[in-house]
Design a binder for this molecule. Structure first.
Ligand code: GNR
Ligand code: NI
Length: 166
């Protein structure tokens, strides 16, 4: 087991588009275990491989209160989504201390593979739906602050720069 360092915005590596996972081997399962450990330690409710500088289509999520319901999504795709949108206050381990409202579909149907390569579908709503979409954006090289206005994004960048200097 190992804790992995998390990239922080505006690191350009966060804008890498991840490649599909093609090999379901012990190295992949080790990466899943390390990402889960890193997510729980942070603590966070989700983590995309992009955030630990691994550019493969893999995310881990646990939105349970008891932190014992790890979900692994490999090569995830959204195959259906509600027309209805909801606003949720989002944060990101790659943008520490920043919380902003983001609008997204209320529910999504995700098709993905597990760590053994088995395909499954999952209907998600609430925080799980938000988290799946947030993590899938990371795999596309997108960070949630890029959904905000330019003005808000520039303010966030300035805040992070200022914080780094101290
Ligand atoms: O820990 C996290 N919390 C969170 C809260 C609201 C919406 C999305 C998230 S995901 C975030 C962890 C993270 O950065 N995942 O990429
Ligand atoms: Ni994030």
């Amino acid at each position: 087991m190992a804790l992995l360092p998390i990239l922080e915005y505006p690191d350009p590596r966060l804008h890498t588009v991840a490649a599909p996972v093609t090999v379901f081997d012990d190295a992949l399962r080790q990466l899943v275990a390390d990402m889960a450990e890193t997510m729980y330690a942070a603590p966070g409710v989700g983590l995309a491989a992009t955030q630990v500088d691994v550019h493969q289509r893999l995310i881990v999520i646990d939105t349970s209160e008891t932190k014992d319901q790890l979900r692994v999504f490999i090569n995830p795709q959204i195959v259906a989504a509600s027309d209805e949108l909801v606003v949720c206050e989002e944060g990101c381990l790659s943008v520490p201390g920043i919380f902003e409202e983001v609008r997204r579909p209320r529910w999504v149907r995700v098709r993905a593979q597990d760590a053994d390569g088995q395909s499954f579908d999952l209907d998600a709503e609430g925080l799980l739906a938000v988290c799946v979409q947030h993590e899938m954006d990371h795999l596309e090289g997108k960070v949630f602050v890029e959904k905000l206005s330019l003005l808000k994004r520039e303010r966030i960048k300035a805040k992070l720069r200022k914080r780094k200097k101290r």
